[in-house]
Design a protein around this ligand. Structure first.
Ligand SMILES: Nc1ncnc2c1ncn2[C@@H]1O[C@H](COP(=O)(O)OP(=O)(O)O)[C@@H](O)[C@H]1O
Ligand SMILES: O=P(O)(O)OC[C@H](O)CO
Length: 495
């Protein structure tokens, strides 16, 4: 039997899962780690915390599965994307903390660049000039630590997203590499030519010397240092978590769509060799690549999804754990006219407003915790529905179903609400750990465990299908109400 160790380094936790070649899960180990909020709108992670927690869960997963490193055919890495790190090539010492994808500190910088360079970035990278992506975060690190830009020019520093940081540590500095899916989220990568772009680097004054090499997602990424797991293991894949999930959901044909309900919500549609340019606030991005041939996806990114449930738990204490939200929300027949827009870190697709902030509308004397809980769950559905509506307009491909995964996809009330709003079936697979599964498949392809995409797709199995239950008129009215409350989330009118 072959075992694959998938490392899934997420925004709030590091996870490791051991799969076998029959796609059975043998062990899961998970560790939450510290979120740092040094100023309003800023979000950071300690780089050593990212690495140590990921290493620890990978070691624990092997122990739990009752196997050793010698039993593992390959490791697959998948990761929170865009989060930006810079470190010393000689000592491995990080320059400051990792600036997390949710961090808004470069909003003003992006606004300054937008009018002159917006179109250029859109064409080459498929992205918008938004603080979400890595480039302005990297420029911020280079600008705010004394002498850093000079050291970067001298080739002393290495930039990486989380995948690159993990790979560097796993190989003890031998590999300074990323994959196309992660590179495509930096604002520095030409997705059509599959390479870093000098003109884009110049806009931010970023020296090319800091950049990692870019490989296909399924490729030989070297071997782990022997002391980490007791023997060297082949690293067979690297992919950003959302593209890994698209692969894990077996969305291999153009027009197939998945939505991952984690901290944020990320909906991706596979568009094959066609890089579909959005006219409706979506992103064009690289999908997982098996070779040099580019594959594209259309993406909608919502920043706050399951995180709103965590907020109700940790900041308002109206639930004790995430699962309680469903019981509380089901205790009322509807939200009682309450709408909750969780724009805590601005709005992503399709609005792209870094200055918007969260708001609850429609409160009355009769509003209870249950109404707010229900409105919070519904907000996840509304935000995702906006993405699918935009995709339908952009891609002109018939969307037959939405495949779902991620922590909040276990919530049946939310899934039913989603199907009602969309008017297409929402399909939950048996394995909702599709992010880890996606990178496991990619690593397995490198190692020769599987030989084709078709072979992989055969493993996909349905857990439950949610069919739409309300009329299309009712759904349209709800979406209209939602669009009105969203507009109320930036009353200051800041651009
Ligand atoms: N039963 C539930 N209903 C709604 N949300 C849930 C439920 N269980 C977990 N979640 C949410 O799912 C998220 C975790 O999902 P996960 O896929 O692990 O996220 P990430 O990879 O972003 O860390 C949390 O934000 C949590 O609040
Ligand atoms: O860590 P997740 O699962 O919330 O995913 C984060 C995304 O990759 C950000 O783009």
């Amino acid at each position: 039997m072959h075992y694959i160790l998938a490392m899934d380094q997420g925004t709030t936790s590091s996870r490791a899962i051991v799969f076998d070649d029959d796609v059975r899960i043998h062990a899961i180990a998970q560790q939450e780690y510290r979120q740092l909020y040094p100023q309003p709108g800023w979000v950071e992670h300690d780089p050593q915390n990212i690495w140590q927690s990921q290493l620890a869960v990978a070691q624990q997963a092997l122990v739990k599965a009752g196997i050793t490193a010698r039993d593992v055919t390959a490791i697959g890495i998948t990761n929170q994307r865009e989060t930006t790190l810079l470190w010393d090539r000689h000592t491995g010492e990080p320059i400051g903390n990792a600036i997390v994808w949710q961090d808004r500190r470069t909003a003003d910088f992006c606004a300054q660049l937008k009018s002159q360079h917006g179109q250029l970035f859109r064409k080459r990278t498929g992205l918008l000039l938004d603080p979400y992506f890595s480039a302005t975060k990297l420029a911020w690190l280079l600008d705010h630590y004394e002498g850093t830009r000079k050291r970067a020019e001298n080739g002393e520093l290495a930039f990486g997203t989380v995948d690159t940081w993990l790979l560097w540590n796993l190989t003890r500095g031998k590999m300074h590499v990323t994959d196309v899916t992660n590179a495509s989220r930096t604002l520095l990568f030409d997705i059509h030519r599959n390479r870093w772009d000098d003109e884009l680097l110049d806009v931010f004054n970023i020296p090319a010397q800091v950049l990692p090499q870019v490989y296909a997602s399924s490729a030989d990424y070297g071997y782990t240092a022997p002391d980490l797991f007791g023997a060297s293991i082949l690293i067979g894949s690297v992919a950003g978590d959302q593209q890994a999930a698209l692969f894990g959901q077996a969305c291999h044909a153009p027009g197939m769509v998945k939505n991952t309900y984690g901290t944020g919500c990320f909906m991706l549609m596979q568009t094959g060799e066609h890089a579909c340019e959005s006219q409706h606030g979506l992103l064009t991005t690289s999908a997982a690549q098996l070779d040099k041939q580019p594959v594209f996806a259309l993406e909608g990114s919502v920043f706050i999804c399951g995180a709103v449930i965590q907020w109700l738990r940790d900041s308002l204490s109206i639930i004790k754990n995430s699962a309680e939200i469903e019981t509380l929300a089901t205790s009322v027949p509807d939200s009682g006219g309450v709408y909750f827009v969780p724009a805590f870190t601005g709005l992503g697709s399709p609005h792209w407003d870094p200055h918007a902030r969260g708001a609850i509308f429609g409160l009355t004397r009769g509003t209870t915790h249950a109404h707010i809980a229900r409105a919070a769950l519904e907000a996840i559905g509304y935000q995702s529905a906006e993405l699918l509506l935009a995709m339908q307009k952009d891609a002109a491909l018939p969307i037959k179903e939405l495949r779902v995964d991620g922590g909040a996809a276990v919530n049946n009330l939310l899934m039913q609400h989603q199907a009602d709003l969309l008017g297409v079936p929402v399909v939950r697979p048996r394995i909702i750990e599709t992010t880890a599964l996606g990178t496991a498949y990619l690593a397995g392809l490198t190692a020769g465990i599987w030989n084709s995409i078709e072979e992989i797709a055969e493993h996909w199995q349905t857990d439950r299908i949610f069919e739409p239950m309300i009329s299309r008129d009712e759904a349209a009215q709800s979406m209209f109400n939602w669009s009105r409350v969203v507009r109320g989330c930036n009353p200051w009118g800041r651009d």
